[in-house]
Design a protein. Structure first.
Ligand code: ADP
Ligand code: 5GP
Length: 214
């Protein structure tokens, strides 16, 4: 059996990252995508209009409400939700194609999205919860983020505790105090999860050869 991924492709994994807003999941996810070219972000479908800087197929798949309802009826979503009167969903086929091509797919979702993805694809999901080092640090990060205001910070701080309560549902929890240390933990999780037996396509044949069956 070769160790070369190109000759013997592994199955990708679904890396599901949640956190209270401001704890640093976007920062950590971006670092992972910058380091690993075979880690891609899941592109959701939505019925909301594109913002000026957004591109169809890159930021979201922009769909009409009729199209979205048809996709629900045809069970084309791994999960979907109505947020602020608009629909959002994770297309099943895109994710499956990426996993089969040996790429890992990142999901930035709340605990309910994480639960739904795990229900649909239990063998493929690896879930990570990012915690802030303290409530004070979380608030400081929210305030420092461009475009934040007092009301938004207050609302997110209220929502934060409700999100943190679900930390036990996750496979891993990372306290994001020093960014480099937190990132090193995340990349180790990715690297070790990639080597899980179920994800190594070539193992079945390798063992059959060892046993003289082929
Ligand atoms: P989330 O995606 O969880 O809402 P972000 O990744 O947008 O959070 O991070 C919120 C803010 O905190 C950003 O301004 C980011 O640069 C900053 N940040 C992220 N991780 C750290 C860290 N370990 N130490 C200090 N600031 C951080
Ligand atoms: P926005 O319109 O600002 O891009 O996103 C609004 C909200 O929708 C965010 O809270 C975001 O996490 C959520 N969202 C985006 N895509 C999906 C998705 O595929 N599924 C679910 N459940 N929520 C999503």
């Amino acid at each position: 059996m070769s160790n070369d991924a190109a000759e013997d492709p592994r199955r990708g994994l679904m890396l599901v990252i949640s956190s209270p807003s401001g704890a640093g999941k976007t920062t950590l996810a971006r670092k992972l995508m910058a380091e690993f070219e075979d880690v891609v972000l899941s592109v959701s479908a939505t019925t909301r209009s594109p913002r000026p800087n957004e591109t169809d197929g890159v930021d979201y798949h922009f769909r009409s409400e009729t199209e979205f309802r048809q996709m629900i009826a045809k069970r084309e979503f791994l999960e979907w939700a109505k947020v602020f009167d608009r629909y959002y969903g994770t297309p099943r086929a895109d994710t499956v194609a990426e996993l089969e091509a040996g790429r890992d797919v990142l999901f930035d979702v709340d605990w309910q999205g994480a639960d739904a993805l795990h229900d649909q694809m239990p063998n493929d999901c690896v879930s990570v919860f990012v915690l802030p080092p303290s409530i004070e640090a979380l608030e400081a990060r929210l305030r420092a983020r461009p475009g934040s205001d007092d009301e938004m910070v207050a609302r997110r701080m209220r929502d934060a505790k409700a999100e943190i309560l679900h930390w036990r549902r996750y496979d891993y929890c990372i306290v994001n105090d020093d960014l480099e240390i937190a990132y090193e933990k995340l990349r180790r999780i990715l690297l070790v999860e990639r080597t899980k037996r179920l994800r190594e396509h070539g193992l079945e044949d390798h063992v059959r050869r060892l046993l003289g069956e082929v």
